[in-house]
Design a binder for this molecule. Structure first.
Ligand SMILES: [Zn+2]
Length: 455
């Protein structure tokens, strides 16, 4: 007898949305059929969408070291409430940054104690840790992240060109992918200094310090370096259709390059940022409406591989005030990614199954988890989300499970609502509310059973 049977939903399958029954046993999907036999529990899901749990390839939970910014317990609650059943967590914002195996152990310890969703982990590439890359790779990071933009994190440092280039050479030898934050450091920091010297600290100054070319030039530089070294490249949070076109051209020429676009770049504009200020500050910044439409055209055209939140909260006081340079540059978004992108995508005629592929299947493959995560198919983990496509609601701060419930989307009206979420067959969300007391998120490594300790 099945543990669980979900009947009557329209299911996101490779061929598109199709009505089917999904059977679950022992935490795995065992059947996707027109009709199924008896089950211990049957869920009548008529009128609802059944999607694979979202695999968010880009989150910052900032623990260990900065758990007061978010932490695994709060971050994973927000994830679960938003239909995200696996997160791929970035090496920076935590202290220490995940740049050697000892730091990876601390990250795994924090995550295993606090996370209710499954997780994979990125390692970091920075100036003086190139000798650590093979060890991190062997320990099970799913890839590496580098910053082309100089940042002042205290624990994580950027990769100037020679580090980026030589690091790519090492990673090519390991067969590991490098994710890059592509922004031109000298240009942005120089423009910022000039603007500050002129007394500018308004939101428009942030936009002026990050002109589109400050993304496009380093995207092209990263593509050239990756081509020259043979390194697989992943371009995170692209904010310009021009960047996606550059990546698509490189891919057409045979390069291994994947792309990511974030929900906030698809659902907010530079005009929203000028109106909202610090709460909507991010890097690269929000762009003009024409570029937002261009990003959606790229989603439709198939040149966007992954959709992500780049969930990066900080205490509320750091997301307020009149000095745009002092405000934290990050968006608190993981809980809203799925409803935002379903609302906006469906409105633009994007097929739900395509959105689901970009939210689940592709990020799972990017993280090396394509054998178990990101699809509604027999043999895959029963990470499943039921979404009501027409249950209007308006976002209030008390809906947010993040430690600091600020959001540029407060007051926004949504149509899609996350109803029920299962992680490996266990219910995390029921009737739109978190199920209390659930923990047990497991580390997911490429080619290793979930939860295996570091050797
Ligand atoms: Zn990020």
């Amino acid at each position: 007898m099945l543990d669980l049977k979900i009947e009557g939903a329209r299911v996101a399958l490779p061929g598109g949305l199709q009505e089917a029954a999904v059977g679950v046993e022992g935490g795995q999907i065992v059947a996707v059929e027109a009709l199924l036999g008896a089950a211990k529990r049957t869920v009548d899901a008529r009128g609802l969408l059944l999607l694979p749990g979202v695999v968010d390839p880009h989150v910052h939970f900032s623990e260990p070291g900065r758990g007061h910014w978010e932490g695994w317990a709060h971050g994973s609650r927000a994830a679960a409430a938003g239909g995200v059943t696996t997160v791929v967590e970035m090496p920076l914002n935590a202290i220490p940054a995940t740049v050697d195996v000892d730091a990876l152990r601390l990250k795994v310890a924090a995550a295993s104690a606090g996370s209710r969703v499954d997780y994979a982990l990125w390692g970091g590439l920075m100036d003086d840790n190139r000798a650590e890359l093979p060890g991190l790779h062997a320990a099970g990071v799913c890839g590496f992240k580098a910053f082309m933009l100089e940042i002042d994190d205290g624990s994580f440092r950027y990769a100037p060109d020679h580090v980026l280039y030589s690091g790519m050479g090492t990673l090519a030898g390991l067969g590991a992918r490098l994710a890059v934050h592509a922004e031109n450091s000298a240009l942005i920091h120089g423009l910022s200094r000039d603007l500050r010297a002129r007394g500018r600290h308004d939101p428009a100054a942030w936009l002026e310090a990050h002109p589109p070319v400050s993304e496009l030039e380093p995207v092209q530089r990263a593509l050239l370096f990756a081509r020259d070294t043979g390194c697989a490249l992943h371009l995170v949070h692209l904010s310009l259709p021009e960047s996606l076109a550059a990546a698509a051209a490189a891919r057409a020429a045979g390069q291994d390059v994947t792309t990511e676009v974030c929900a906030h770049h698809l659902t907010l504009t530079d005009g929203d940022f000028l109106r909202l200020g610090a709460v909507a500050k991010c890097a690269p910044p929000l762009r003009d409406p024409g570029r937002v439409e261009g990003l959606w055209a790229a989603v439709q055209a198939g040149t966007v591989d992954c959709l992500a939140s780049d969930h990066s909260p900080a205490p509320s006081a750091d997301k307020a005030g009149d000095d745009i340079w002092r405000a934290w540059g990050g968006i608190n978004g993981i809980q809203l990614t799925l409803p935002l992108l379903l609302d906006e995508g469906v409105h633009r005629g994007v097929d739900v199954a395509r959105l689901s592929r970009l939210l689940s299947g592709n990020p799972a493959r990017l993280a090396g988890l394509g054998d178990r995560k990101g699809r509604v198919a027999p043999g895959f983990d029963a990470d499943l989300v039921l979404v009501h496509p027409d249950a209007p609601w308006t976002l209030r701060a008390d809906h947010l499970h993040s430690r600091h419930p600020w959001s540029p989307f407060l007051g926004r009206r949504f149509s899609h609502r996350v109803e029920t979420v299962w992680r490996r067959g266990e219910r995390l969300v029921e009737g739109g509310d978190l199920v209390p007391g659930v923990a047990g998120g497991l580390w997911q490594r490429p080619g290793q059973p979930a939860g295996t300790p570091i050797a």
